[in-house]
Design a protein around this ligand. Sequence first.
Ligand code: AVJ
Length: 333
Amino acid sequence: MDGLYPEHQERTSSRGAATARARQTQESGFLEDVFAGLSAPRKSLPCKYFYDREGSALFDAICALDEYYPTRTETALLRSRAAEIAALAGRSAALIELGSGSSVKVRLLLDAFDRPALYIPVDISREHLMISAARLAGDYPAVTVVPVAADYVQGFALPAGVAAERAVVFFPGSTIGNFRPGEAIGFLRGLGTRLGRGVRLLVGVDLRKDKAVLEAAYDDARGITAAFNLNLLARINRELDGTFDLARFAHRALYNELRGRIEMHLVSLADQTVRVGGRAFRFHRGETIHTENSYKYSVGGFRRLAARAGWQAERSWTDPKGLFSLHWMVWPG
Ligand code: AVJ
């Protein structure tokens, strides 16, 4: 744990889990977001709330599924391009990972880079982040690891003393696909503007493909993705005094070909009333809560989107089957 900043260790270990959870819930506006989402004429919940302790573990299980090709495809792509990416990154790079989760893929970069100086994993799931960061710091004693527990969409700055030209933002997993295209442009532009001229971005983007392949990836035979989706309701029950009966909601994943996105929903199986934080919400049978969008792009489509956000796409790589893409971009300032 040499490289892990002590202040971050202290912040996580000195408080009880309940306090940490209450604080995290409060900070993230979970209750307000749930009230707003369940009050709307078309109900929805923000997908960022999937990732509590249970949800993070379920997501890791999704990544290991046969049907869920993105993780292993992106990992293979990173492995085959690691030397090329390392050459582009240069010596003593500072790697900033958005949505770092278990910090598995980044190891391929850290292994290939020339004396990487700094690794800044940013993740909304504080506990999972701190455990993963400590483990990584133990394995890479020469790298200073500075975990940041934050919703990276809200914005964050480079730590003092890190030059933008040394910084490489790593945004894998096609998490960019959770944004609507217009929001993705705004987010990418904000990222470049905040981090400054010369910052580089390595982003993983899932590609458009056969509907059956996509739908299987988001509705696996073992029901892990269903459990992941339903855990959002279980989390509301745990943290916000919710009364969701999980047996009365079903997971649904559909590819909307027109919009190029997978939509995940939770379908109410009955007319029912659910209470959350003292308020009542009515559901009709068949009504859905829209819980996630996962946009898919073509290589050209994503490069155009990035260009509209002000990024210069310098390289794009895909796997031999054309399932997934990686893009290397520079912010010209
Ligand atoms: C990590 C957000 C990109 O959209 O593929 C996996 C999340 N949801 N299965 C995705 C997810 C259902 C994943 N992202």
